[in-house]
Structure formats: C-alpha cells, structure tokens
Design a protein around this ligand. Structure first.
Ligand code: ZN
Ligand code: ZN
Length: 247
C-alpha cells in the first residue's frame, strides 16, 4: 500500500493540513492537497471528522474537477460530517452546493458509514470506529490484500485503538496523531488531542513492534515533539509533507 503524505500539520509556512493519498486515488482526510488536486485521479474521499483542517481542501478540489469527472466522487464518513459540510461549507453561501451541482452530474455524493461495518472503496476494505475528540471523530482500519493501515484520526485517547489492534490480525502501520508537547497536556486534553505522554503505555500494550507514524503536530511545537519522541525511535517516527511510504 502506498501512502503519500500531502499534509500532516496545521496550516503554517512549510506545513499543510491533514491529507494522505493512498495508492494514488483514495484520499484520507481532505486538508491541503497542493498539486495533487490537479494531478491525481481521486476516486474516493474518506473523512474522519468535520474540523476545518481535515476538509479545507474539498471546495478547491471540487472547483478543479467540476465538469471533468464522469460520475460524482464519493465522500465517505459518518452522517455528522455530511451535515457539517452541507450546512457550513457547501451551502450556496460559502461555496456552491457541489452535492447538487452541476444539475446534470454533481461533483460529490455522500456515502454514510456506520461503525464496525466493513465497506469497500476500490481495492480497499475499510472498517470505521469512533475515537474521542472534541467533535465526533472516526478512526479507520484500511486494508488492501494482506496490508492494513490503522488511522487514529484526531483523538485524545489511544484506548480505542487497543481492541482494534487485537482484533485485526496484522496491522502494518499506525498513523497516530500527536498535536502538543507534554508540557501542554492540559491544552491537549481540552482540545481533544494527544501528547507524547501516551507513547510508553501504548507501545507496551501493543507489543512495541507496529510502526507508529506521527502526524498532526502543531507547527510551533514540532521540534519539542520530535525531541520527546526520540527515545522511541525508530518504531515511532514523524511523517513529513511530501513523503511517500510503503507498507
Ligand atoms: Zn479535529
Ligand atoms: Zn485536526
């Protein structure tokens, strides 16, 4: 499975909001996509939650592909995501309703998912599960052939991941959010995010042999977070914008 890191931090010079492209066509969260918006043949878009840093690329992606695509691109996520996209972005005030427009073939269509039900997106078999965040947030297990990627989405707890790891036979990598350094643990908790405090216990519980790919670092604290994660290298590593990983 190919994982292209389009964005993995909040908006800041040199960083981009959260978006990953899997096997060149499945978009996992829709933050900044850069040139990929123009080049990639995106077939499915999987959204974890409604926060702006996970959806801000959608309006511009829609603008680029309007009139070009043969059939609507499915945006896959829990019902709450659709509600927010519809009410606050594609409401014909902030942006045209691309779930309705153009009238002869809308750009997007919404595909609602229910937790724990397996669904397909191209060659991928995907399961969703709820995470703990300041708004409803959905994690995903994304499988292709014998490979499996676990995506934590935004969360302030890793406990939800443990039963998933036990249930799925082999997870090849975990994309885990860490947003703040340890000294800002309270702020992290208040805003529904993780700090490196979670790592030691989590690695013990999961056997310490599944690569943890850290994303969602707040740009101002990247260096601090890197420093605090160093002791867990190489099993714990930060992903970087532009990086291409294979699992
Ligand atoms: Zn969030
Ligand atoms: Zn976020």
């Amino acid at each position: 499975m190919k994982i292209q890191v389009l964005g993995c931090c909040k908006e800041y010079p040199g960083f981009s909001t959260t978006a990953f492209l899997l096997n060149n066509h499945l978009l996992l969260d829709a933050g900044d996509m850069g040139e990929v918006s123009f080049k990639a043949q995106i077939s499915h878009i999987l959204i974890s939650h409604s926060h702006f840093d996970h959806i801000n690329g959608l309006p511009f992606l829609g603008e680029i592909i309007v009139g070009k695509n043969q059939s609507p691109i499915p945006i896959i996520g829990p019902a709450q995501v659709l509600e927010c996209l519809h009410d606050h972005i594609f409401n014909n005030k902030i942006w045209p309703d691309l779930f309705q427009l153009p009238l002869d073939g809308p750009v997007f269509q919404f595909q609602e998912i229910s937790p724990d039900k397996i669904f397909s997106a191209g060659e991928f078999q995907i399961t969703s599960f709820p995470m703990s965040h300041s708004v409803p947030s959905t994690g995903y297990v994304i499988c292709e052939k014998d490979k499996a990627l676990l995506y934590s989405a935004d969360t302030d707890s890793v406990e939800e991941l443990i039963p998933i790891i036990k249930r799925v036979k082999e997870i090849n990598a975990i994309l885990l959010e860490i947003s703040f350094p340890k000294r800002l643990k309270n702020l992290a908790k208040q805003t529904g995010h993780l700090t490196p405090d979670c790592l030691e216990k989590f690695l013990k519980k999961t056997g310490g042999n599944i690569p943890l790919l850290i994303f969602h670092m707040k740009p101002l604290y990247v260096n601090e977070i890197i420093e605090e994660c160093k002791q867990f290298a190489p099993i714990v590593k930060m992903v970087q914008k532009g990086e291409i990983l294979f699992i």
